[in-house]
Design a protein around this ligand. Structure first.
Ligand SMILES: C[S@@+](CC[C@H](N)C(=O)[O-])C[C@H]1O[C@@H](n2cnc3c(N)ncnc32)[C@H](O)[C@@H]1O
Length: 337
């Protein structure tokens, strides 16, 4: 299928059928594989400069990090996907000791910090650009996409044991419907789960296109998005425990950011954004109250100021990079307490 008519990636709800657009401006090799989202907004907020150290907790192709490095900042980039990390390290190799790439899950940033000498105790800024990159989606053999056939895998970290095939072939019908509903907000979750369980009794699922075809037959059409979009997103989130690890990732901003240090989080669907919003709200209120208390109390978790409301891509960015259409960016600044 020509690229211009492909369905868009399964991690993105604001889907238009024109597919992933590649920018034609003067771009680095990395940007041809994954265009960094909301880059200008993050650069304006972080104001990277030579004395700064920044943790990029979801390094991906290093698109954001490359710009931090160009501005002279030191960057520690973390990614749980060894292939993505290898490519980012190659892309950023020209920055020498200014950049360090570390394999690991950002949910364990505290442990990674302890086990790597180069990790400073506290840093000036931290970025989480959640989900998978366009490059990961484009690798058919990783099994994230329903656009091309590949093994039903979807693991960002290949050392993890559970694959999407394990979930689809082994969960009970009820548990499968729960996954599709909870992580994909798929309104046809029960019908799809029923169709999947009926089919797997004849033959188990092994490939992405096989799964996408059965979902397309068992599910409902919803606007212009491919009928398997929400189910693929749900399975990817479940396989990688993306919503479970997010609060842990965010909690490291409390311990690892210096007073005045800046946090930026980009999410791509409402489930993630809700977690980020709740975390930031709970950590940015001076007082907390409870109906059983006689009066409000000081909030012991008052760690952040919120300098801006939700930020979204400009129409220009959204038109050049469809992935940016669903991106939601939130900022926070670590308080001195
Ligand atoms: C959206 S991409 C980041 C793109 C990057 N900002 C850029 O502009 O090139 C997200 C990356 O984070 C990684 N990732 C997602 N969740 C992670 C986690 N909990 N810990 C470590 N890496 C994670 C994925 O493997 C993927 O490579």
């Amino acid at each position: 299928m020509p690229r211009s008519t492909r369905w868009q990636n399964p991690s993105d709800f604001s889907i238009q059928p024109e597919g992933i657009v590649k920018t034609t401006s003067n771009q680095a090799l990395g940007d041809a594989c994954h265009v960094p989202v909301l880059l200008q907004e993050i650069l304006e907020f972080f104001q990277p400069e030579p004395r700064m150290c920044i943790i990029d907790g979801t390094l991906g192709f290093g698109g954001h990090s490359e710009r931090f490095l160009q501005a002279g900042a030191r960057v520690i980039g973390v990614d749980q996907d060894p292939e993505a990390l290898e490519r980012a390290i190659e892309r950023l190799s020209g920055f020498g000791h200014q950049f360090q790439g570390i394999r690991g899950n950002a949910a364990s940033l505290d442990l990674l910090a302890k086990s790597h000498e180069a990790f400073p105790q506290q840093v000036d800024a931290m970025l989480f650009d959640l989900g998978v990159s366009s490059w990961q989606l484009d690798q058919a053999e990783r099994g994230f996409s329903f656009q091309e056939d590949g093994p039903l895998d979807m693991r960002m970290d290949p050392d993890q044991t559970t694959t999407a095939a394990d979930l689809v072939n082994q969960l009970s019908e009820e548990a499968l419907a729960d996954v599709l509903w909870t992580y994909g907000e798929e309104r046809g979750s029960r019908g799809i789960a029923k169709a999947l369980v009926a089919r797997r009794q004849e033959r188990s699922f092994e490939t992405t296109l096989d799964l996408a075809n059965v979902i397309s037959r068992g599910g409902r059409r919803s606007g212009k998005i491919h009928p398997a979009t929400r189910s693929f997103q749900a399975l990817r989130i479940a396989v990688n425990r993306e919503l479970d690890v997010l609060p842990e990732m965010l909690s490291h901003a409390v311990s690892l950011l210096k007073p005045g240090g800046k946090l930026a989080v980009i999410s791509f669907h409402s489930l993630e954004d809700r977690i980020v919003k709740r975390f930031l709200r709970a950590h940015s209120q001076a007082m907390v109250d409870d109906p059983t208390w006689p009066e409000p109390r000081l909030n012991p978790d008052y760690h952040f100021d919120l300098p801006a409301k939700l930020i979204q891509a400009t129409p220009e960015e959204a038109s050049q990079n469809p992935r940016a259409r669903s991106a939601k960016l939130r900022f926070a600044i670590r308080r001195a307490t």
